[in-house]
Design a protein around this ligand. Structure first.
Ligand SMILES: *Cc1c(COP(=O)(O)O)cnc(C)c1O
Length: 360
């Protein structure tokens, strides 16, 4: 068996330890004689899995008691609608557009109310984070929305926007659990888990309790109402049970690694290897302004589309998978999530050095 270094933006690399554990428990989960896939979501065994998963996440992120943790389905994209349906009480929201995902979220919200784009970095192909210290926040905005780490463009908010007292909603799909976070600064944090936590099919939403009400837009389906899931502890209907089980294992792995402070240090060390190389390379160049660079997604180019394609092809042959940039931006992108080992990034940089020597 040989595993590649997988730089996919998502679904993405998971800790090998977690995969091995899941494999060992595949046929008989802790003496139940069945796989977690085959188990009732109302069973005692599964109840323990979901309860422990939530508690471990609460420990990792230091989530205050007045926030609910929901395990949902429909992908991060479904939240683009659920957020306005549930939170747009005045039918007004401010969006900061720093990439495709925020743009899509804003577009979806327009179906339900007035959306003000209060800042954008579209003018420079989303290669930076706009100054958000003094935005024209709307008086009657229900919330201010950001995509905290832009998976496609490789930018990250290093400081949160000044929302002037309005509730902040953040899509953290691609930076979930990559560093410590102060949950109290947000009204809602959510993300699809398939980038940095687990298998596709689970969305985790952390929402301040007072926002979870029956006062939703008329016609909002039961399944798209946060209260439904909060009241039923994410067991209103069959949840994505196996995915939640794997997320739970990843939470335990993160705790064992030392928690989010340690992950941040590891992630910084890993990203530095790649960014330092890019900054001195005569062939490769990072596409993001240094101060806004993501620790998770690192886009880079040679400036020549043919050479980019050659690099991606040769990298793949050498065991470095999924380095092709997003279809809307081209070039390359290395996603170096929590589970990507330091050695993987060092090996990639060695390969890039060799490619540079051969092709310059
Ligand atoms: C991948 C991604 C999404 C979309 O996730 P789906 O689960 O496929 O809907 C949304 N936001 C961000 C930041 C992403 O990286």
């Amino acid at each position: 068996m040989s595993r590649v270094y997988n730089f996919s933006a998502g679904p993405a690399v998971l800790p090998e330890e977690v995969l091995k554990e899941a494999a060992a428990e595949m046929l008989d989960y802790k003496g139940t004689g069945m796989s977690v896939m085959e188990m009732s979501h109302r069973s005692k065994a599964f109840e323990e899995i979901i309860t422990e998963a939530e508690q471990d996440l609460r420990d990792l992120m230091n989530i205050p008691d007045n926030y609910k943790v929901l395990f949902l389905q429909g992908g991060a994209s479904q939240q683009f609608a659920m957020i306005p349906m549930n939170l747009m009480k005045n039918k007004v929201a401010d969006y900061i557009v720093t990439g495709q995902w925020a743009k899509k979220a804003a577009k979806e919200a327009e179906k339900y109310g007035k959306v003000n784009v209060v800042a954008s970095s579209a003018d420079k192909t989303f290669s930076y984070i706009p100054d958000c210290s003094d935005l024209p926040i709307s008086e009657d905005a229900d919330y201010v929305y950001i995509c905290e780490n832009n998976t496609i463009y490789g930018t990250k908010f290093k400081t949160l926007p000044n929302t002037k007292g309005k509730d902040l909603v953040a899509d953290v799909s691609s930076c979930f659990l990559s560093e410590p976070v102060d949950v109290t600064k947000y009204a809602m944090i959510y993300g699809g888990v398939q980038k940095n936590i687990g298998p596709a099919g689970v969305v985790i939403a952390i929402i301040r309790e007072d926002l979870i009400t029956e006062d939703v837009l008329p016609g909002t389906p039961t399944m798209l109402t946060y209260k439904t899931h909060a009241d039923a502890k994410s067991l209103y209907n069959t949840p994505p049970a196996y995915g939640i089980y794997i997320c739970g294992k990843v939470f335990k792995w993160l705790k064992k690694m030392g928690g989010l402070e340690v992950m941040k240090e590891r992630n910084e060390k890993k990203a530095k290897v790649l960014y330092d190389f890019l900054d001195q390379s005569k062939l490769f160049k990072g596409t993001v302004v240094p101060e806004d660079r993501s620790l998770m997604n690192v886009p880079f180019v040679t400036g020549d589309a043919d050479l980019d394609a050659k690099f991606v092809k040769e990298a793949k042959e050498a065991g470095f998978e999924n380095l092709k940039g997003h279809r809307t931006v081209g070039g390359m992108r290395a996603s170096i999530y929590n589970a990507m080992p330091y050695e993987g990034v060092v090996a990639l940089v060695d390969f890039m050095k060799k490619f540079e020597e051969e092709n310059l």
